[in-house]
Design a protein around this ligand. Structure first.
Ligand SMILES: [Cu+2]
Length: 115
C-alpha cells in the first residue's frame, strides 16, 4: 500500500479511531517481526475490550489458510491464541475484532520465522 495520501489520512483518523473503534495496540509476534523460533502462541492487545470472531493464518506462497482456534467468545483487552506448528517462512495472521460499539475491525500481523 504505497499511497502517498495514506500517512495524512492515518494522522487525521487516528484520534477518531482511538475513541470510536477497538484496535490492536500491540501484538506478539509484532507486525514485521522476524522470529528465530516458531511461536507457540499469538497475543493481541486492544485499546478496549474486543471480541474476536475469526482468526486465520496464511503462509506466503500457499493457497490454504489455517483457522486459529479456539477463539475466546468473551470480549477482552488481551487475547492469547494457540499457534499451530509452523515451518520457517513468511506468515500473515488475519483477525476480525468487534469492539464495544459493534464495529468490526479487521487487522493483520505479518511475521517471518527464520530458517
Ligand atoms: Cu467503532
Amino acid at each position: 500500500m504505497k499511497d502517498p495520501i495514506a500517512p495524512f489520512t492515518i494522522a487525521l483518523l487516528l484520534p477518531l479511531l482511538a475513541i470510536a473503534h477497538a484496535m490492536a495496540t500491540a501484538t506478539t509476534p509484532a507486525n514485521g517481526e522476524t522470529l528465530k523460533k516458531a511461536p507457540t502462541e499469538f497475543t493481541l492487545t486492544f485499546n478496549e475490550p474486543a471480541t474476536l470472531s475469526r482468526v486465520t493464518l496464511q503462509k506466503t506462497g500457499e493457497m490454504d489458510t489455517q483457522e486459529i482456534s479456539p477463539v475466546p467468545s468473551v470480549a477482552a483487552e488481551r487475547v492469547t491464541l494457540p499457534a499451530p506448528k509452523l515451518a520457517p517462512g513468511e506468515y500473515t495472521l488475519l483477525y476480525r475484532a468487534t469492539g464495544p460499539d459493534g464495529h468490526v475491525m479487521p487487522g493483520t500481523v505479518k511475521f517471518t520465522i527464520a530458517p
